[in-house]
Design a protein around this ligand. Structure first.
Ligand code: HEM
Length: 510
């Protein structure tokens, strides 16, 4: 039957119809507004489907930037893309015209099938999103982070030093675990429920499929595929989605039930979710208001902490560790500054943070050298726009290539070299925090938290250990040998020798 329907004469009739419709639309669009930005030519119907980079996305986008200039246009079925390859264009569109680029592209697989559309990073710029951002602003400002979370961060960094001492070969998995615990603890005030279900493990599993889903599926391009039943041959995405949807529902419930039980029993640490829920309960006690939407927004914005904050902070600290092993002179200089403050029994804390300019430069360079989300999270336009004479229609997915900014030699000289000196006595240089945390109305609300947590890990590691690249390891001179260019651009796994330093060894023996 299916074969009959697609007999060769029918198929060629349908194909010529589609090509004609495509050519007519292209002609009509071209007459009714300014031209689209330049981009790869594409094919009828499928547009640039075959041109889109499939791996190492930012490298493909960078190449388009070289060929077509700082704004590149590409289309695939059902989606229009604008790729921005210059800080000037990014900041003009996403920062200055931020109200127009406040939305996110809707992923069929993520939003409609797996059901992860509730998290802050996926919401449209609507009333629910504004509620999330209000709570996040309250809890994650630099002053709140310093006041509320510094002790937790110091304790986590100390735990990491001890973990390295115990099992130096596991320094990468231990980093992932301890940063995951830190973020879980500050969000939920506990690491497991009363049955011993481990929150970090469940969140990591959620993160794994969230990242897979964000990479895009065929169903995102051809939305009708979502009606293909799970038993249909080739519909593996439906079977995966069903498993992930169930898991996501389970983890959300696990987290909510846990906080509510601990609050009722007055147990557990104060944390993001419980602090705001208590405030809301206080409001409800004084006046009759329906706060159900607020309560949901607290839970859902809290759920975003791990999704958005765990891998990104981990990548920043990994960047630092890799750089220390490759640039021993930078390491020696950074340690000299640490040793001015933390000696004779005083272990790292935040007290002297403002007096350590070289460490600040090292943390900034760890962010710049390899921006963890190297093409951010795409924004989407609310209305038609025109930039430099080019037309950007409503609903365009806009990708800001942060990697390009980090490697722009007109901004950063010799950009592949890890060189914190570029930030010393150079007030006019672009601060990496102005692009690695994203842009405009969607800028990362966890930027102070990510920065402070990375800072204490950097100082503590320098204080505790000398870091060496083991003899005989290749020098990793090129970016392509250092970073994997995935959705989160992490350094490839790398070896390090850790030599304990005296003060740490003594404090640990006590
Ligand atoms: C060094 C660490 C971090 C980096 C590099 C980073 C980077 C980013 C970037 C590039 C975005 C997209 C912004 C845009 O759309 O323009 C983002 C969004 C977000 N980040 Fe972070 N982030 C970090 C840490 C954190 C932490 C620790 C948290 C929370 C505890 C967090 C929570 C979020 C949330 C909730 C969003 C979504 C915001 C929205 O869509 O409105 N991030 N982050």
């Amino acid at each position: 039957m299916a074969v009959d329907l697609l007999s060769s004469s029918n198929a060629s009739f349908v194909a010529s119809g589609l090509v004609l419709a495509y050519l007519f639309k292209k002609y009509w669009d071209g007459r009714s507004h300014p031209p689209y930005p330049p981009g790869p030519p594409g094919l009828p119907v499928i547009g640039n489907l075959l041109d889109m980079p499939r791996t190492k996305f930012v490298m493909g986008f960078l190449e388009w930037g070289r060929q077509y200039g700082p704004v590149t246009w590409a289309v695939v079925p059902g989606r229009k893309f604008l790729i921005l390859n210059s800080y000037e264009a990014i900041s003009e569109l996403l920062d200055k015209r931020g109200n127009n680029y406040i939305n996110r592209p809707v992923g069929v697989m993520a939003n409609k099938i797996v059901g992860t559309g509730f998290s802050t990073g996926r919401l449209q710029g609507d009333a629910t999103w504004r509620k999330h951002r209000k709570f996040l602003r309250q809890a994650l400002s630099m002053s709140t982070v310093k006041q509320e979370y510094s002790d937790l961060f110091v304790a986590s960094a100390t735990r990491y030093l001890q973990a390295i001492l115990l099992s130096p070969g596991d320094f990468l998995p231990r980093l992932k675990r301890i940063l995951g615990e830190t973020i879980t603890e500050l969000t939920y005030g506990a690491l497991e429920d009363e049955n011993g279900t481990d929150y970090v493990t469940e969140h990591n599993e959620n993160l794994n499929y969230t990242v897979k889903v964000a990479m895009g599926y065929l169903v995102d391009l051809f939305p009708l595929l979502r009606f293909v039943p799970a038993w249909f041959p080739g519909a593996q995405f439906q079977r995966d989605a069903s498993k992930w949807r169930q898991h996501c529902i389970m983890v959300r419930k696990l987290m909510i039930d846990g906080v509510e039980k601990r609050m009722a029993a007055k147990e557990g640490r104060a944390c993001y979710v419980s602090n705001i829920l208590e405030d809301l309960q206080g409001q409800q006690a004084t006046k009759e208001v329906d706060l159900r939407e607020d309560v949901q927004a607290v839970h859902d914005s809290g759920f975003s902490f791990f999704q958005a904050g765990a891998d990104t902070t981990e990548t920043t600290v990994k960047n630092f560790l890799l750089a220390m092993s490759l640039y021993p002179d930078v390491q020696a200089r950074a340690r000299k500054e640490v040793d001015q403050f933390f000696t004779e029994g005083r272990s790292p804390d935040f007290e002297s943070q403002d007096q350590m300019p070289y460490i600040e430069a090292v943390v900034l360079e760890s962010l710049r050298w390899n921006p963890p989300l190297s093409f951010g999270i795409p924004h989407a336009s609310r209305e038609d726009d025109v930039y430099n004479g080019y037309f950007i229609p409503k609903g365009t997915s806009v990708i800001a290539n942060q990697w390009q900014v980090s490697r722009d030699p007109s901004i950063y000289e010799d950009p592949s070299t890890f060189n914190p000196d570029r930030f010393i006595d150079n007030p006019n240089i672009l601060d990496p925090r102005d692009f690695v945390f994203g842009f405009g109305r969607r800028i990362c609300p966890g930027n102070a938290l990510g920065y402070q947590l990375s800072w204490i890990f950097v100082v503590s590691i320098l204080w505790g250990f000398e870091i060496k690249r083991p003899e005989g390891c290749p020098p990793l001179e090129h970016d392509a040998d250092r970073f994997d260019f995935g959705l989160v651009n992490a350094p490839y796994p790398f070896p390090c020798d850790f030599i304990p330093r005296d003060d740490f060894a003594k404090s640990n023996a006590q």
